[in-house]
Design a protein around this ligand. Structure first.
Ligand code: TXA
Ligand code: MG
Length: 327
């Protein structure tokens, strides 16, 4: 895999224009990008990731003009765009005919976002068009937050990665469906908090996956219960449980004996001081590292319960769901 840098922006744009797929950094995670108007190029993304065709892709834009070529905006979307773009929020909106149905997995909506990352914006600007980009990991594996993770996961299947260092937000964007008037529905929790969105929208977000008659629905096709898991079995525990085999223990702040400075062999801290941003920023990188270290199991100890931790809980409970039957 060829590693490109900030000096190669024009080259990256040229590759994308020719229908190539390039992994590039955003503020959340690395994306596997292709020209969103080119169905042939988009097809390569599904192939490289091993992604099922029923899971739609997020489209990244660098300016409003391009957003309007992809989707029909509405007053609520415009308010959210004004407040949060560029930033980690994806808006699901009715799509225009220029977006191939492969991108939207046959839906008549498309997820749009403007990434808050200098290199991603530079590429979008040089290209002058939209980029479809899912996270740059093999389907079902952890999302990459460093170029090295992309290389680890996709070498042999992908030719180019643009290296922008570590992604600072570290978890995927918040997704809200605003595709019909009156709808303001959270499809995936992320770095932007529900309260922040509600304050700008002037209305309450709806949550969950239940239709009016109470039936569970999977409203975001890719949001299946099992997702984002490391290869090492991962378990959510209230306090350390396993006493056989090599077990890594992941903490959110204070260590096993409740003291922030305690040093425990095989103990790892997502943050020393229970800081949400720091935990989100380190989450995937730590799980990637633990996967390399060959542990028999990972115990995530005392998952925080506050509503602001929704994105972290969401990703970790999906990771654990892959191993529930072995528990
Ligand atoms: O932060 C992010 O959002 C990253 C970076 C690369 O931008 N991208 C990302 O993409 O996380 P991906 O493909 O891993 O997750 C996209 C999610 C999927 O769960 C998909 O089902 C949902 O977005 N999605 C995309 N288009 C949608 C649509 N039209 N309606 C509902 N859900 C949609
Ligand atoms: Mg993903």
């Amino acid at each position: 895999m060829e590693v490109l840098t900030s000096r190669d922006i024009e080259r990256v744009a040229g590759l994308l224009r020719c229908g190539e797929v390039v992994a590039l950094p955003t503020e959340t995670v690395y994306g596997l990008a292709a020209d969103a108007f080119n169905a042939l190029a988009v097809g390569k993304i599904f192939e490289i990731k091993g992604r099922p065709a029923h899971n739609p892709l997020i489209v990244h834009v660098g300016c409003i003009r391009v957003a309007e070529a992809c989707a029909f905006l509405n007053p609520l979307a415009e308010k959210l765009i004004e407040a949060f773009w560029p930033g980690p929020i994806t808006l699901v909106l009715p799509k225009t005919r220029r977006i191939p149905s492969l991108v939207s997995a046959g839906l008549d909506t498309v997820g749009l976002r403007m990434p808050r990352h200098e290199l991603a914006l530079a590429v979008l600007d040089a290209l002058g068009g939209p980029l479809a980009a899912p996270s740059a990991n093999p389907s079902n594996y952890l999302s990459p937050t460093e170029a090295g993770h992309v290389i680890q996961g996709l070498s042999g299947r992908l030719s180019y990665v643009l290296d922008g260092g570590r992604c600072h937000a570290g978890v995927e964007s918040t997704i809200v469906d605003v595709s019909v008037p009156g709808r303001f529905h959270l499809l995936r929790p992320g770095p932007l908090q529900a309260e922040e969105l509600e304050a700008v929208a002037g209305m309450k977000l709806s949550f969950g996956r239940h239709s009016e008659n109470g039936e569970a629905v999977v409203s975001s096709p890719g949001q299946l219960k099992v997702h984002y898991s490391p290869r090492t079995p991962l378990f959510l525990v209230a306090s350390p449980e396993r006493d056989s085999g090599r077990v890594a223990r992941v903490y959110f702040g204070a260590g096993a004996n409740g003291h922030p400075d305690s040093v425990e062999a095989d103990g790892y801290y997502l943050s020393r001081r229970h800081d949400l941003r720091e935990v989100e920023g380190n989450l995937y990188a730590l799980l990637q590292e633990l996967d390399q270290r060959g542990y028999d199991a990972i115990e995530v100890v005392a998952l925080p319960q506050g509503h602001q931790w929704a994105a972290v809980r969401d990703r970790l409970s999906r990771a654990a769901a892959a191993f529930e039957r072995h528990a």
